[in-house]
Design a binder for this molecule. Structure first.
Ligand SMILES: [Zn+2]
Length: 193
């Protein structure tokens, strides 16, 4: 939210535009006049839950790549719930439970999660840098931010994360669905913090 002159403006979305990020206010909320000094504040519960969820997705895709060799084809998240699609034509028997066990073993291992910014050329040497099929970091960025789940997964990423896998908490693999011949959709849910 934005805080200004004793007033709060709830921000419900943000979009990119040519002249910078554009904040979308909640319908009906007052907006600050042009030139007003504002302070920004974050909903800590929502943000912290999203950080845990996002890190949980990285554990998931690192584990699926390591154990099943499958790349990511898409994904989405809400606080505490997420889905990720994988290019996995053959689903091995017992996949759902094996995956849940493997992900929670990584949570229990309490691996550090580290953000680093590397020169583009150096980052591109990391073989696993781009885990999402057909997605490359923006061409003209001289530096690339990476998220390293130490010992499990390194990838280019611009998001917010918790500092270690234990902070994600227990992850439930809710469902594995077929989405076409190649794609499998994995839905996860986090235990309450
Ligand atoms: Zn990410």
């Amino acid at each position: 939210m934005l805080l200004w002159q004793g007033v709060q403006t709830r921000v419900v979305d943000a979009r990119k535009s040519d002249d910078g990020p554009r904040l979308i206010p909640a319908p009906g909320d007052p907006v600050p006049p042009a030139g007003a000094t504002v302070r920004g504040a974050i909903d800590d519960t929502r943000r912290s839950t999203l950080m845990r969820t996002h890190s949980g997705l990285h554990i998931l895709c690192g584990t699926v790549f390591r154990d099943f060799g499958a790349l990511v084809t898409g994904g989405n998240m809400q606080p505490g719930e997420a889905r990720m699609d994988f290019n996995l034509p053959e689903v091995p028997p017992g996949f759902k439970q094996a995956l849940e066990d493997a992900v929670n073993a990584e949570v229990a291992a309490d691996r550090k999660i580290v953000a680093r910014v590397l020169p583009r050329e150096e980052a591109l040497q990391i073989p696993t840098l781009v885990r999402t099929q057909d997605a490359l970091p923006p061409l003209h960025e001289p530096e690339i931010r990476i998220i390293d789940i130490v010992g499990l997964d390194v990838q280019a990423d611009g998001g917010t994360h918790v500092a270690s896998t234990a902070q994600v908490g227990r992850v439930e693999v809710v469902k594995v669905e077929s989405k076409g011949r190649q794609n499998r959709r994995v839905r996860i849910r986090l235990a309450p913090a």
